[in-house]
Design a protein around this ligand. Sequence first.
Ligand code: ATP
Ligand code: MG
Length: 428
Amino acid sequence: MVTIQAIRGMPDLLPDACNIQSQLIRAAADVVESYGFREIRLPLMEKTELFARSIGEVTDIVEKEMYSFDDRNGESMTLRPEATAGVVRAVIQHSLAHAGPQKLWLAGPMFRYERPQKGRYRQFDQFNVEAFGLAGPDIDVELIAISARLWQRLGVTDSLTLELNSLGDGAGRQRHRDALVDYLRAHADVLDADATRRLESNPLRVLDSKTPAMQPMLAAAPQLPDYWDDESRQHFETLTQRLDALGIAWTLNPRLVRGLDYYSRTVFEWTTTELGAQNAVCSGGRYDRLVEQLGGKPTPAVGFAIGVARLAALMEARGVTAQPVADVYLAALGEAAEAEAVVLAERLRDALPGVKLVVNAGGGSFKSQLKRADRSGAQYALILGESEVESATVQVKPLRVRDDQQAVAQAALAGTLRERLQASEAAA
Ligand code: ATP
Ligand code: MG
């Protein structure tokens, strides 16, 4: 029979890969919650209109990447391609920002119909942070400080660099757009098909085109920083001064525009040179007009999204591995020992709540049980045979260091294990 395979671009996350991503999500949640952010969970599906109205009609996502379909009632639905639109929808629907600033995070899958390749999937997880009701650069600084702290926690700081830009605002932004359109029209002969199409509808996007033949022309195009209004300039300067004070290195990339329509002022991206073409690991920016644009009260907002699989790939490149299945593996031989093992294991779990303890199941000789113990990654095997049952002891066998096994009284076992595991953790 032909076996059924997963959908292309929608990878299974097997336990080892899953474990590394869970380490990442836990660390990220821990870091953002230490700054006062709270988790929010939203549907994976929204009305198509929400994304068309927020992300913008002439963007990669809305033009060609959305998973949209009509439901049984004939209404167009879309699997969320990104998180911000849904969060804004929820903030408006539940009047969340009326109670004051909101600092939110969420993690979960996004869906985009892209060409699957390394680092680019059709279902992929993001970790998102969104802050509402805060207009000043202080919160932009905080978001970037959060990301920098997370890189530190995960050991990937050296792999990432921060690029910043400001899209400006208001009249300055409009003047830049006009100048850019004029400039691009004057160079129509070098524009590729995408750029020609976007020239009128979304000229900003032409700036971050990767087409080699357009690069010299784009390098000389009107630059956003030359059109910043005073307030946007001030915002950017305060942001960068505070980043400097925190020792967070950044570079100005005047052509960084981000793919979506809704950004204003600050945009940023953490990129790496270690993942080939899929180099963006975390991207974000300010979207001060979006809440209003979707029918809410004017509410400034800023956020970022981390590509979980890309960040996990960096962690692996830096030597992070899946955590072992067990810290301790309890082997038991014979009816009496097996019965006692269950009781002993539950007592140990009471005494050592954080410790991963696996009890051998399915019998087998001591030799085969110890093989399983080794494969579990455990630091110690506990061996319980007939003679140990009689003497109320357990043999404690170190599996990762050359050391003799030692008989320990069952009553003293929890204390001994606690000490030993702490010592091996400190040594690691
Ligand atoms: P890219 O330029 O790589 O297409 P993007 O600008 O479309 O990225 P965003 O919409 O800003 O990406 O999403 C935030 C993050 O999500 C990205 O920085 C990236 O790490 C990750 N990401 C985006 N698309 C994918 C995908 N198809 N598969 C895996 N991760 C992705
Ligand atoms: Mg993209």
